[in-house]
Write a protein that binds this ligand. Structure first.
Ligand code: F3S
Length: 72
């Protein structure tokens, strides 16, 4: 499965890092960063391949601008 963060759209609300600190942290530019992810132009965002999405599911749900996606 893939967790995708469309970082361009992130407004830095911090909810993802609050509910899922294992995968998310707030970066110095004020936006969230999906830990260990890498930018994939075709997804227009940072992508992390995982076996279990874990709390990233909650992170996707709480993000106010819905810039976190789970892809199976
Ligand atoms: Fe950004 Fe959404 Fe997290 S706006 S800081 S990705 S909850």
């Amino acid at each position: 499965m893939k967790v995708i963060h469309e970082r361009e759209k992130c407004i830095g609300c911090g909810s993802c890092a609050a509910v899922c600190p294992k995968f998310w942290e707030m970066a110095e530019d004020g936006k969230a960063r999906l830990l260990n992810s890498e930018f994939r132009p075709e997804k227009n965002g940072d992508v992390l391949e995982v076996e279990k999405v874990g709390c990233c599911q909650e992170a996707a749900q709480v993000c106010p601008v819905q810039c976190i996606y789970i892809e199976k």
